[in-house]
Write a new protein. Structure first.
Length: 223
């Protein structure tokens, strides 16, 4: 049964996380990293999807230091509110909170993977580069992947991009990743835009979402 739990960051701050045990025999743990909109219904639905696929899943609330229980709608006001929270959250702090989620899951088994979307897609890439103890990472349309493409990776990683994403030039990101990590799969989904895994009507692309999830699950099951 899904529940909200409390984790403690490296700085001693207690923050919340949405947690759900695996529905089937546990294959490992998955950290689900939020979009800029907070731990909203779409993040909770993704946690449930991973739990149904056999992974204990947890989504840390990375904006709790700024506002407890933050979630925003997918309109202009919500986008601006989410961007403000993301920009006000130092990357090392977010990564430290991800590490706390990793440590929680490792109490139940060594295998811990990370998947992130939008803001969380950037953090999933950085977690793969900067955090020890992760088994695999899947980054969906992270705007910072190109910027940090040269960083060495500590675990197998996969990248997903939408061809029609207006804010992330898919070919440029792919070229940057391949220049430094020729072994990292970079998948560009034709006809899919930013947020294609999110089931909001204006962004969801079922075909791309299903294929990207299949590829991610294949990676997580393999490591």
């Amino acid at each position: 049964m899904a529940e909200t739990i409390t984790l403690t960051g490296a700085d001693g701050f207690a923050f919340t996380a949405y947690h759900e045990p695996a529905f089937t025999p546990r294959k490992g743990g998955v950290i689900v990293l939020q979009e800029i909109f907070g731990i909203d219904r779409h993040v909770r639905a993704d946690v449930e999807r991973w739990a149904k696929m056999g992974y204990e899943a947890i989504a840390p609330a990375l904006f709790d230091r700024l506002q407890r229980d933050f979630h925003a709608e997918h309109d202009e006001a919500g986008i601006q509110a989410g961007l403000e929270k993301a920009r006000a959250t130092p990357l090392p702090q977010a990564l430290a909170d991800i590490a706390a989620a990793r440590d929680f899951l490792k109490q139940h088994g060594e295998k811990v993977c990370v998947v992130g979307y939008c803001y969380g897609g950037s953090l999933a890439w950085l977690a793969a580069a900067r955090l020890d103890g992760l088994s695999a990472a899947s980054s969906y349309y992270g705007s910072l992947v190109k910027q940090f493409a040269a960083e060495p990776l500590k675990c197998p990683t996969i990248v997903h991009l939408g061809r029609t994403d207006p804010g992330i030039p898919a070919d440029e990101v792919e070229a940057a990743v391949r220049a430094h990590h020729p072994d990292v799969p970079v998948h560009i989904y034709e006809g899919a835009g930013h947020g294609f895994n999110n089931e909001s009507p204006e962004r969801y692309n079922a075909e791309a979402a299903d294929l990207a999830r299949h590829r991610t699950l294949e990676l997580f099951d393999r490591v």
